[in-house]
Write a protein that binds this ligand. Sequence first.
Ligand SMILES: CCCCCCCCCC/C=C\CC(=O)SCCNC(=O)CCNC(=O)[C@H](O)C(C)(C)COP(=O)(O)OP(=O)(O)OC[C@H]1O[C@@H](n2cnc3c(N)ncnc32)[C@H](O)[C@@H]1OP(=O)(O)O
Length: 358
Amino acid sequence: MRASQQDFENALNQVKLLKKDPGNEVKLRLYALYKQATDGPCNMPKPGMLDFVNKAKWDAWNALGSLPKETARQNYVDLVSSLSSSSEAPSQGKRGADEKARESKDILVTSEDGITKITFNRPTKKNAITSQMYRDIILALKNASTDNTVMAVFTGTGDYYCSGNDLTNFTSATGGIEEAASNGAVLLRDFVNSFIDFPKPLVAVVNGPAVGISVTLLGLFDGVFASDRATFHTPFSQLGQSPEACSSYTFPKMMGSAKAAEMLLFGKKLTAREAWAQGLVTEVFPENTFETEVWTRLKTYAKLPPNAMRISKELIRKNEKEKLYAVNAEECTTLQARWLSEECMNAIMSFVSRKSKL
Ligand SMILES: CCCCCCCCCC/C=C\CC(=O)SCCNC(=O)CCNC(=O)[C@H](O)C(C)(C)COP(=O)(O)OP(=O)(O)OC[C@H]1O[C@@H](n2cnc3c(N)ncnc32)[C@H](O)[C@@H]1OP(=O)(O)O
């Protein structure tokens, strides 16, 4: 839901009431988001190098580029509410700019060397994504879009990158199945929009097999680095489901309709090299040197001028944005109906009730 004028005014009042001094970095983000929300993109003349205070303000505001006023207003409200809740929880401690930052159990978010690293961290379930993890990722991307890091990188803990949507999300939802499907469609749309909207370079470090939504999302990434152990699998028909994360549009565009159908309709699992040949993966690395090579590369990329990368990304993506929002909305409506279908329910029940392999 978008922030209303009232939400915005409440947030402005909240800032005055905040007991905890938010620290300079946060103050600058608040300042920049407030200016963007009220005045639009930075219109302040660039201060001289020695005018440190105004230069820091200018940098923070200018870094928001052409972020729409509406989005800036929403981000301002969200930032204030996150500050309010952390001031109610004094045990959390201060967050530095270039240190381990925010942590939730199944999604780890750290900031180091200019990179926000978002890790699927549920290895005992092959990093399957729960409803809470979707929400954690939306928040992590929102924070990373306005903090001082240069890019965001997704990866997984353990042997899997991610096994896709947690198939128990629906069976464990409270309320009726129709309500769960409707809530799921809203959550999915917001989740995918947060990738479409992410303004900085977005990279996946695919450390192992990837399934379902963790594969389809890759069409919205700017770089995909894969271990040669990784595989890419979208078994939607087998699950009685249909494609999401704009893959019904990005995959045929990227690999042609025949190869897209092989993955999205027939559920063919691709090796890392096959995925590279189809344009889904940027580069494949041998497993034994994967982590070292990829992170060295990423740290180098993170030293490139951030504004240039952000502006170039905007140029590359902006003509597609409206189309992507529309595709996302349509895919979510289609999936909402699929989740209620017998085909899908049977597939989910058969996964949930499968016998132990021993
Ligand atoms: C209100 C509701 C809101 C819901 C939000 C909705 C948003 C929906 C968005 C998108 C919809 C769909 C897109 C998709 O992602 S479809 C793809 C879904 N994923 C799968 O089909 C994969 C299912 N898993 C497997 O096939 C296998 O587990 C595996 C990944 C091939 C691994 O096999 P394995 O033999 O090596 O390991 P296994 O013993 O099976 O797994 C270890 C434990 O992990 C659990 N697990 C693995 N994947 C999932 C999963 N996707 N969902 C839930 N649990 C999973 C598995 O059950 C094992 O658990 P346990 O040890 O038995 O307890």
